[in-house]
Design a protein around this ligand. Structure first.
Ligand code: SF4
Length: 763
């Protein structure tokens, strides 16, 4: 069936059957889905063949939005803990309990005594992307934590220093590059991260079909490495050294190509070249486990290709040198002359705008960290947060500013952040805790109140965050597929109510009041910005135009962002510009084309140049040099994580169709290590790190470097007090019991999840 872009979001197929098109919010790929609905019941989900970006591609998780919605364990009503047991409550009872609990702690101990943790799903939701920050601002505490500090913060810090904004991340121009060097990423299983590209595997295969080359650097021969033209089995945690040696080689050979293309945009080239001098391929070879000849060859291939890009992800960011490795990715892209170039590493132009489309282009305030330090270990603030690994000590260490209450929004940090056992003990000691969550899980079981939000199919959607990392400039809006009952407040309404409670406006204040304040502030700020398309316009006129369609909450904010964005209609000032109405009329999305060069306009550094030689990063090279000279213990096993196509962190493990089949929570070990340790296929082993131990079954495989073992994260569903029947029956073990909260990348506060020293022994 062919469906025109001009038709409305729903299409009548029979008298009672509709196909509704929407974007999958589960991972960063953002695939288009065609959802068949009969009488407000979802019967089938498949890929939307006409989606402008994904063209019909989905992975096995996409169709499970249906199972997620109908999951009997998904919470539909608030829960309140009474006498240690969670019981169903009305929303009025729940709000009264939240009001008493949070404001009781604030009154007794002050605002800094309330902490908040935001989970990964928040980055994938329109409501959370627009109202989480409203809640945090109302809370007024600096005790803010999130899943970002066990994930991508190093890339954002490096990008912030280089380009002036942490949201200015260069992505590989996947569809046009001829040479792709991938480090620590496995898009065949993850579908990509910080690089939004539905059907990432198909795009890689197209690269190879046009005679391009893919090289994967990873301690595991992941699915992506198996499909690549070359696999380099690096030692975990040494990517920064490998990249430093590549950059050193490029500099030694001469940087004429870079000078021609990018010279006028760069500050600090000479300082970087000087600081990289110790990092010859020979110097790093033993520590990285990659011979000098291979490093030189890869450097020459990157420079010699008609276009090339380096792309690195979680295997490089969640290491002790995560920020430096992320910075060196762009140093290499710059040294080869491939930054901001077709086929190289390019900057998306987000349709709904971002920090690099707003304000005067070409220079700005720049980027910094350290606006405050954590109370106990003095970690610097990064992106308005402290490291997730510091949460437990901030709760359990007495003194002024000790956290006495927590608000967890869409997160399960006991399974996803370091030293989960210590964190669980600290949560048990809190005076009050509230979780905004769809499950009674390993973390929310400690909550005094659990506030459920509707399922993804009941919410509207636009990928505000992830489309800022897309390999094409696209926009795609989804209306809710299924209705909500009167007793199911939307996610933004829950967050707005939380906001009014902690700001002192009281439990009676309606979410609409908060919403009106939010839109007024946004409009007022844009009308005062001389670079905005609505500079000098009347606020009331803009707000009434936004409200004509009766829109509220995130949809009204989205309309505002689209209309004032780079492709927007500027509220009448740009002919044929984009509005939300126009986007709704295009149910398969709108493609605004391939990425185009954006320098120098994209820069927000104070100098108006790319700041290559930021002192923090140059300084960290000294630490890297010392690390490279440390003696290697050949008998030491090192633990890394791994992704599985059917899993996504911890929260999809209650979907039977995704977890059935063979056990996926196994320890991968190389045959030589297994033989040395007397381990046989399938036997149970105990894995021990400095902070804990877990038992897991073994899979002996040659698809891993000798000396490295691998365990996936997000498992460990055997804890008491949860209500996730399927997940509990296939519990697995929590790999974060092994993660050491004291090991961090000091520049970003990001935990070391890859490269944990462990011992392994037969149980
Ligand atoms: S790849 Fe990601 S966005 Fe696409 S269907 Fe799978 S989970 Fe959804």
């Amino acid at each position: 069936m062919r469906i025109s872009e001009k038709e409305t979001v729903t299409l009548k197929k029979t008298s009672d059957e509709q196909i509704v098109f929407r974007t999958c919010p589960l991972c960063e790929a953002g695939c288009g889905l065609a959802v068949t609905v009969v009488d407000d019941e979802v019967t089938h989900i498949r890929g939307d063949m006409q989606d402008v970006f994904s063209k019909g591609f989905i992975c096995p998780k996409g169709s499970t939005l249906k199972q997620l919605h109908y999951d009997a364990d998904r919470l539909r009503h608030p829960l309140i803990k009474r006498n240690g047991v969670h019981v169903q409550a009305t929303w009025d009872e729940a709000w009264a309990a939240v009001d008493a609990g949070l404001n009781g702690v604030i009154t007794k101990h002050g605002r800094e005594s309330v902490g908040a943790y935001l989970g990964n799903p928040g980055a994938h939701g329109l409501s959370s992307m627009t109202f989480n920050s409203v809640f945090l601002k109302s809370l007024g505490s600096r005790q803010i934590y999130s899943a970002s500090s066990v994930d991508q913060v190093p890339k954002q810090v490096a990008s912030g220093y280089l380009f002036g904004s942490p949201s200015t991340v260069a992505v590989p121009d996947l569809d046009r590059t001829q040479y792709l060097l991938i480090l620590g990423a496995n898009p065949y299983d993850s579908n990509g991260s910080l690089c939004t590209a539905p059907d990432f595997p198909g795009r890689l295969e197209a690269l190879q079909a046009r005679a391009g080359k893919i090289v994967v650097v990873d301690p595991r021969k992941s699915k992506t490495a198996q499909h690549a033209d070359e696999w380099i089995a690096i030692r975990p945690g040494t990517d920064a050294l490998f990249l430093a040696a590549i950059a050193n080689t490029l500099a030694a050979d001469g940087l004429e190509v870079m000078d021609q293309r990018l010279g006028s945009f760069l500050n600090g080239v000479d300082e970087v070249v000087l600081a990289l001098q110790p990092f010859t391929p020979e110097f790093v070879a033993e520590t990285t486990g990659v011979d000098a000849q291979t490093i030189r060859r890869i450097a020459h291939e990157l420079r010699g290709a008609s276009s090339s890009a380096v792309y690195a992800r979680i295997g490089t960011t969640t290491t002790a040198f995560g920020t430096t490795a992320s910075w060196l990715v762009d140093v290499v892209n710059i040294f080869t002359g491939n930054l901001d170039r077709v086929g190289g590493a390019m900057f998306p132009l987000p349709v709904a705008g971002s920090a690099n489309t707003r304000g005067a282009g070409g220079s700005g305030k720049g980027f910094r960290t350290g606006r405050g330090h954590s109370r106990v270990s003095k970690h610097p603030e990064v992106l308005g947060e402290y490291p997730a690994s510091a949460m437990a000590e901030e709760i359990s260490t007495p003194g002024d500013g000790q956290i006495r209450a927590m608000v967890i929004v869409g997160g399960n940090p006991i399974l996803s952040t370091p030293n989960g056992e210590r964190l669980a003990k600290s949560f048990a000691d809190l005076e009050f805790m509230v979780s905004v969550d769809i499950y009674l899980n390993e973390t929310s079981r400690f909550a005094d109140v659990i506030l459920p939000v509707p399922s993804a199919l009941q919410r509207s959607h636009y990928d505000l965050a992830l489309l800022t990392f897309a390999v094409r400039n696209v926009a795609n809006y989804s209306k809710p597929v299924l209705s909500r009952s009167a007793n199911e407040p939307d996610e933004w309404e829950v967050l707005a109510k939380m906001s009014s409670i902690v700001s002192g406006l009281g439990v009676e204040t309606s979410p609409s009041t908060i919403d009106d304040r939010v839109i007024s502030k946004l409009v007022e700020s844009a009308t005062k910005d001389s670079s905005s398309s609505i500079f000098g316009r009347d606020c009331e006129e803009i707000i009434s135009e936004l409200s004509v369609a009766g829109r509220r909450g995130p949809d009204r904010i989205l309309d505002f962002l689209l209309r004032t964005g780079p492709f927007g209609d500027g509220f009448g000032s740009v002919r044929d510009g984009l509005t939300l109405d126009k986007l709704i009329a295009a149910p398969h999305g709108i493609d605004f084309g391939a990425l185009e060069p954006r320098l120098p306009n994209i820069l927000r550094t104070q100098s108006g140049k790319i700041e290559l030689a930021v002192p923090q990063l140059i300084g960290d090279l000294k630490r890297l040099e010392v690390f490279c000279q440390e003696k290697i213990d050949a008998t030491q096993l090192t633990l890394v994580g791994r992704r599985d196509l059917r899993s996504h962190n911890s929260w999809l493990h209650n979907i039977e169709v995704l977890v059935k089949g063979k056990d996926r929570c196994t320890l991968h070990i190389h045959p030589n290590d297994a033989t040395r340790l007397g381990i046989t296929q399938g036997s149970a082993v105990r894995i021990t790190s400095r902070v804990g131990n877990v038992d897991a079954p073994v899979e002996i495989t040659e698809l891993i470097r000798e000396g490295v073992v691998s365990l996936p994260h997000g498992w460990g569903h055997s804890m008491p007090g949860t209500k996730t029947k399927v997940a509990s029956s296939r519990a697995g073990v929590n790999s974060n019991i092994l993660t050491d909260e004291q090991r961090l990348d000091p520049l970003s506060g990001t935990s070391v999840l890859n490269g944990i020293p462990v011992s392994v022994a037969v149980v």
